[in-house]
Design a binder for this molecule. Structure first.
Ligand SMILES: Nc1ncnc2c1ncn2[C@@H]1O[C@H](COP(=O)(O)OP(=O)(O)OP(=O)(O)O)[C@@H](O)[C@H]1O
Ligand SMILES: [Mg+2]
Length: 289
């Protein structure tokens, strides 16, 4: 029997999949989401969300998609991994992703495909009065030629608005890529960096996920001192927090306990450090723990 059932959960509370149901809207995540939604509504073109590894970008994109699904005036498309070696592969993938019929060409050239994309955006945005959004996760993997394709798409506009709304979510390397392309960088209408959580938010996120998973017992499963230990080790990086919480709950069962206390967390962290399977940058925190 899984620890979830034994501890009285309906669902797994600390799964690492980017499930929007388990996404706690911290101040930063909420600010990012709200502002992107505003940018999409006013059709300003380009929004960029940066964040270090495991800060919640993919989960935020799922939450955004969940919001857009409820809007009948939106057409949205998602690219989960934009690693394309050349312009032609990227443009072809966009045409496919937008579900554009190109059967009228026997062998379309890049120029044909670009014009087809432009016509598609005009048809959706002006004739049908819909907002077309393209959300790209892992955007740090975009090559220079793909960024150039996107820049050209962002140039398609009416007198009042951009025809394509682009949301890029990527790790911090994306910044160094685009800062070197001034005519791309200049077009960003909203930029935001997701930082790790502070202590309060780490605690709230843990408690939120425990509640969301259906925990009904009237007691705190994670004691405050344990959360302090989790926070200090993880420095508030959500994925690290979640992985440690998952391990802690497994060990609660193994050790016949009812709650996660500071001692249990300290044991897990020491074990992680001894095994050598830890992130070196997190180990730097050990002295403060
Ligand atoms: N605000 C939050 N509330 C609850 N869980 C969160 C939150 N932010 C992130 N997480 C969780 O942390 C884990 C990592 O998040 P996610 O995969 O979205 O990070 P990422 O920034 O996309 O990472 P990467 O840079 O490796 O792609 C996921 O399990 C996610 O559900
Ligand atoms: Mg991600």
């Amino acid at each position: 029997m899984s620890y979830c059932k034994i501890l009285g959960f309906d669902k797994e509370p600390f799964s690492t999949s980017p499930d929007p149901e388990f996404f706690y809207l911290t101040k930063e995540h909420e600010a990012a989401l709200t502002n992107v939604l505003i940018e999409l509504r006013v059709k300003r073109g380009l929004s960029i969300i940066l964040g270090d590894v495991g800060t919640g970008k993919t989960t935020l994109s799922r939450k955004l998609i969940q919001e857009l699904r409820q809007r009948s005036d939106f057409t949205f498309h998602i690219i989960l991994d934009p690693s394309f070696d050349n312009e032609s592969l990227f443009v072809n993938s966009l045409v496919k992703n937008f579900d554009i019929n190109v059967s009228n060409f026997s062998q379309p050239t890049i120029l044909d495909l670009r014009e087809t994309l432009e016509r598609f955006l005009f048809q959706k945005g002006v004739t049908e009065n819909r907002t077309v959004a393209l959300i790209i996760d892992e955007a740090q993997k975009l090559s220079e030629s793909s960024l150039e394709v996107l820049r050209v798409l962002l140039n398609y506009e009416t007198n009042e608005f951009k025809l394509l709304q682009l949301v890029l979510l990527g790790q911090l390397e994306l910044y160094s890529k685009i800062i070197n392309i001034p005519n791309f960088f200049d077009r960003i209408s909203f930029k935001y960096t997701l930082n790790p959580l502070d202590f309060e938010e780490t605690k709230e996120m843990i408690e939120f996920r425990v509640r969301q998973a259906g925990y009904k017992a009237h007691m705190h499963l994670f004691l405050d001192d344990a959360i302090k230990g989790i926070y200090e080790y993880s420095r508030g990086y959500p994925r690290q927090v979640i992985m440690l919480c998952h391990k802690a709950l497994r060990n609660v069962i193994l050790k016949n306990k009812f709650v996660v206390d500071a001692g249990l967390i300290r044991e897990l962290i020491d074990e992680e450090i001894r095994s050598g399977w830890h992130r070196k940058d997190l180990l730097l925190q050990k002295s403060s723990y």
